[in-house]
Ligand binder design. Structure first.
Ligand code: SF4
Length: 394
């Protein structure tokens, strides 16, 4: 019986792609190894930053040294990039594959869309994942229902550019159309979106979100910057004013709405004053979490060719300054939840009687109890904070 081991770098879409491969290989008779050597290593790679690409390459080298008789299957964005360099063209991930479970997770990721048409000036993704493509609604429904029946109560819809969902289908559809169908399904589950770019948050989406029962009151909105000069250079398709307006509008309809975001520091030509604008923007909006990326030039993208790259030490200073502030914004948001009731879904038992999971707002939650915790949503009261976590009681 051949043994197999999977490694995944990068985004939730990659994690889904690995799960597709896992189910294929398991059905062929492979057995997954946790620790120890395998006969086949599948490395699902990422090239979104220099760091991610370097880590993917380094792992392949380590595996080659560790087990020279094993086979290594390189998949994902690095493989697609190398394919292009060798002239074998663009590799298109298939959207007709389906999964039944999600190894090692209590929340399942379901990829409904792949590719991107936006070509932000720093981003390599559209070159390696191709143009936007959507999974037909009937397939999403079938896969969603199967995952729910298999015990997944939170299903995270993932994609590279979810806002483009449905535009390529025949007849054309939209993310809101799909969410409306999922909302009608029976059962106690919640739906989360992995990420949604600001320009797709339109009135139709806002109206849906404000009355949705199953869509979480949390969005990951990758703003990238809060400065109009930088946003323009990045070829992002919105302004700071628009970004502020959507968050204000959502909070008007859902006062406890929480958002997380991605911010890139050190984009070429970003001056200190541009960076300060981003800090002021975030200070005003108060995200729960900021994933901070240091700009790294990706060969073949327009941003790589911009002359005035920011000095590494300045990039590092901005990174540290933002990291410090984002912690204080998180504390403020978590503080607002003290004494409130939230819906908790247990994901892990960290130690006997100590459980961790997420709330509908994407708060990291700890629950200490000697009682038996069901595999269902339970209501808990937030009693306090421990670092980046809130803890509560039944
Ligand atoms: S929206 Fe921009 S950053 Fe996101 S994948 Fe597309 S091109 Fe890249």
């Amino acid at each position: 019986m051949p043994w197999i081991k999977f490694y995944t770098f990068g985004c939730k879409a990659n994690q889904y792609d690995t799960q597709v491969l896992r189910e294929k290989y398991l059905s062929l008779g492979f057995k997954e190894v946790e620790n120890g050597s395998a006969d086949l290593y599948v490395v699902n790679t990422c090239v979104v930053t220099q760091k991610a690409e370097g880590e993917s390459r380094a792992l392949v080298e380590r595996l080659k040294k560790k087990n020279s008789s094993a086979q290594i299957l390189l998949v994902g964005c690095l493989q697609r990039l190398q394919g292009q360099e060798k002239g074998s063209g663009r590799f298109s991930p298939n959207l007709e594959e389906e999964i039944s479970f999600f190894a090692g997770h209590r929340r399942a990721f379901l990829k409904i869309q792949d590719g991107c048409n936006n070509f932000c000036s720093y981003c390599i993704v559209p070159y390696v994942r191709g143009e936007s493509r959507s999974k037909p609604k009937e397939l999403v429904l079938r896969e969603f229902t199967r995952l729910f029946k298999n015990g997944y109560k939170e299903i995270v819809l993932t994609g590279i550019c979810l806002g483009e969902y449905g535009k390529d289908l025949s007849p054309p559809s939209s993310l809101v159309d799909l969410l409306k169908v999922l909302e009608e399904l029976n059962g106690d589950f919640r739906v989360r979106l992995s990420s949604l770019d600001p320009q797709y948050i339109n009135e139709e989406f806002l109206n849906f979100l404000s009355q949705a029962k199953k869509l979480c009151p949390h969005l990951h909105i990758p703003f990238q910057s809060g400065d109009d000069f930088v946003l323009k250079k990045m070829n992002r398709r919105y302004t700071k004013e628009f970004a502020c307006a959507i968050i204000k509008e959502i909070r008007k309809k859902i006062p406890q709405f929480v958002f997380t975001t991605d911010i890139m520091v050190g984009f070429p030509e970003e001056k200190e004053e541009n960076f300060q604008n981003t800090l002021a923007f975030l200070e005003y909006l108060k995200p729960l979490k900021v994933h901070i990326f240091k700009f790294s030039p990706r060969p073949g993208t327009p941003a790589e060719k911009i002359k005035n790259q920011v000095k590494p030490q300045e990039v590092q200073q901005r990174f540290l300054a933002l990291r410090l502030l984002e912690k204080s914004w998180r504390e403020e948001i978590l503080n607002n939840f003290l004494g409130k009731r939230i819906s908790f879904l247990r994901e892990k038992e960290i130690s006997p009687g100590l459980f961790s999971g997420h709330s509908e707002h994407y708060l990291n939650v700890l629950l200490q109890t000697q009682e038996k915790i069901p595999d269902e949503f339970i209501e808990i009261e937030v009693k306090g904070m421990r670092g980046d976590w809130v803890y509560g009681t039944l």
